[in-house]
Design a protein around this ligand. Structure first.
Ligand SMILES: *Cc1c(COP(=O)(O)O)cnc(C)c1O
Length: 355
């Protein structure tokens, strides 16, 4: 028998979340962001849920190939653009829209004649300071792109540094000032801006994490009023129990000491499955639907839970590591990270099932 661990991917939840996004940003078109293999879900698994998206956005060319192989005829956006001349050929062959964040990328696209002009997303660095043209060079970049025969439609693109915090105005103001009078559609908003900054919705929004039911801020309470559903659950079972006497410890490093006699359960899930090793004692988890806590250190293949709230639990009891009941954001926050990372880190050895 295989280990009892499994991840479930709920395409229906993605479909539902996409509807929520379309209601929220009702005047904008929606790029469904599926980079990193759909945030660890598997592109092919959630693809059927994306039918009403206006486009699909990703980073890797092989993911773009997979999406076209699945039969997607609508736009595909390459969020980091091209890296070498061959990429432009692939982008041309697949009919991709490509981000252009620097002169080198513009050179690549301008260099060779194309079967048809390539639509681009001209990216401004309005303060994130990763990729993009500085505001004072943006207009010149646009003029150059606009003059290039191999460039088709030019969309003006921005990425927010902190749209999960209250203030995006400083970045919006820079973007608006540097683009005033330049024609063309605008695309500014990630998930956080879709939820919290209507002013930034504009022509195309680019939600990722909320498609999968995660919180853009990393905190579940920030999306408590948004009817999103979790698209990934990680489940396993209890494979052993121990009766601890007061003052006994559990696991590596003896980090948890029983304050009184108690039962613990051993769960077939560890950091080699993608569960965060830094999840401390107290991290939420559910056994047979009853909320309880992780105790002691997470090891490679196992972790241990407090069975005090679930006296009837034993070998074979169902465990939810994250999903509908245990929010991935709460597990992540306890471990000092964000739901994005846990989704993306789901290990290959975990069998993934559809539900
Ligand atoms: C990943 C990414 C997004 C989606 O971000 P979320 O926070 O997951 O919504 C949007 N735009 C760009 C350029 C990205 O790289």
């Amino acid at each position: 028998m295989p280990r009892p661990i499994a991840a479930y991917v709920h395409a229906d939840a993605v479909r539902h979340n996409l509807d929520v996004i379309k209601q929220r940003a009702s005047r904008a078109k929606v790029w469904a962001v599926v980079k990193a293999n759909a945030y660890g879900h598997g592109i092919e698994r959630i693809y059927p849920a994306l039918a009403t998206a206006d486009g699909i956005a990703l980073l890797d060319l092989d993911e773009a190939v997979r999406i076209r192989d699945l039969g997607w005829k609508k736009p595909i956006l390459l969020l980091e653009g091209v890296f070498q001349p061959e990429d432009v050929e692939t982008a041309d062959a697949l009919g991709l829209t490509v981000a252009v964040h620097c002169d080198d990328q513009l050179d690549l696209i301008a260099a060779a004649p194309r079967s048809r002009p390539i639509d681009i997303y001209l990216k401004m660095n309005s303060g994130m300071n990763r990729l993009g043209f500085a505001p004072d060079t943006f207009r010149a970049a646009w003029e150059r792109a606009n003059a290039a025969e191999s460039v088709g439609e030019i969309t003006l693109m921005n990425h927010f540094a902190a749209a999960d915090e209250s203030d995006i105005d400083w970045q919006m103001d820079r973007f608006e000032a540097a683009t005033s009078g330049i024609p063309g559609p605008r695309s500014l908003s990630n998930s956080a801006a879709v939820l919290w900054h209507e002013r930034a919705h504009r022509d195309w929004v680019r939600p990722g994490i909320i498609l999968y039911g995660g919180s853009p801020s990393g905190l579940s309470r920030h999306i408590a009023d948004v009817p999103l559903r979790a698209s990934m659950s990680l489940v396993s079972e209890i494979i052993g129990t121990q009766a601890l006497r007061a003052a006994e410890t559990v696991g590596y490093g003896r980090t948890f000491e029983a304050g009184h006699d108690m039962r613990i359960g051993v769960v077939a899930c560890g950091y080699a499955d993608g569960y965060p090793r830094h999840a401390p004692t107290g991290t939420p988890i559910a056994v047979d639907g009853i909320p309880t806590r992780v105790v002691g250190r997470v090891s490679m293949d196992m972790l241990t839970v407090d069975l005090t709230p679930c006296p009837n639990a034993g070998i074979g009891s169902k465990v939810e590591l994250w999903g509908d009941q245990v929010k991935i954001d709460d597990v992540a926050a306890s471990a000092g990270t964000i739901g994005y990372e846990l989704m993306c880190a789901l290990a290959r050895r975990v069998p993934v099932k559809a539900r």
